[in-house]
Design a protein around this ligand. Sequence first.
Ligand code: FMN
Length: 360
Amino acid sequence: MGVSATRVVLLCIFLFLGMVLPGLVMQPEASLQAWDVSENDFPINSSSAEKLTFLLNYAILAPSVYNSQPWLFNVSEGEIQVYADKARWLKVADVDRREQHISLGCALENLLIAAEHFGYNCSVSYFPGPESLVATVSLQPNSTSPSDSRLFDAITSRQTSRTPYEPRAISKADLDAIISLCSDPDVGIFITDDPALKRSFLDLTITADEILYSNVNYKSELGHWLSRGVMGPRGLEAKIAQMKVVFLDVGPEQIKEDEDLINSTPYLGFISTANNDSLSSVKAGRILERFWLSATALGISMQPMSQALGTAQTKENLSGLLPSQSSMREVQQIFRLGYGKPAAEHSTRMPLADVLIAEQ
Ligand SMILES: Cc1cc2nc3c(=O)[nH]c(=O)nc-3n(C[C@H](O)[C@H](O)[C@H](O)COP(=O)(O)O)c2cc1C
């Protein structure tokens, strides 16, 4: 018995609406409003808790893997606790939660830079309690704020630049200036313009893309985050992006894009640590963000490139790209560095209220 064309069309419409509408309705409230924060709005005459909460407007502008914003904050007397939000952990793409901890390190760094800017002395204790409590920051008001506000100012202009970069060298003075602002004895930074090394990194990225884009679970998780409208396309476009990634073979397109991006980049950067644990990843995140803000202040673009870290097979070869004398052999993050075009707009953020742990 044949099925009429009308029935097939109706079935398709039904299926399409069934998949798209719930996704659209359930898209979280995310907007560009967070980027409008102004230092003039610091609540100078308000309570200590309100002042500390204001600082978090800068923490949430941090970069994060898939723009997952995997942080939660609790403000108490003279302290801010930074928690990992397990509900926003990428179980497939980030099995060991390395990228989640790097993202939390980025948010922590923004918080510390903002706190210093508004005249606080800070001390950080890492993982002082339950596993999800990544750091407690103690903040003491002091009478001076730093004279150099370049890193603070860069928090609201930093963004991920995914365009090809110009074949233009960065001056040694600028590279040295960036690196000098990013010191942590537990974290190594390696910047290279070696074509052979870039080729090796490209090969590992292509292998990783082939593995990742043939993994249904990876595609389905990526599709889920795309559909939330936090990674560029929003609304209906976000749902279409999800369906494309889930149902089509987008691997070859991704490989072509990564090839163009890596071939165009004048520099690759590696952030590495001696150990492979959560604390090392948080510290690596702090340095990644500090580096990114310092680069932004000088008009230099960055884009993390994580694929080669995303499969065991390619990750294990990445440390072979580091200088042989380096004792920091755990690659935490790799990024492109150069002069690119700014993105048309910032990426969205959830409202601050959504990542504050409410007082009981
Ligand atoms: C740990 C980490 C890994 C990331 N990996 C990638 C990546 O592989 N490719 C990419 O284009 N962006 C990557 N990003 C950038 C995020 O996608 C970006 O920060 C997020 O979408 C928010 O956008 P923004 O940085 O422009 O504010 C990464 C960011 C972090 C913190």
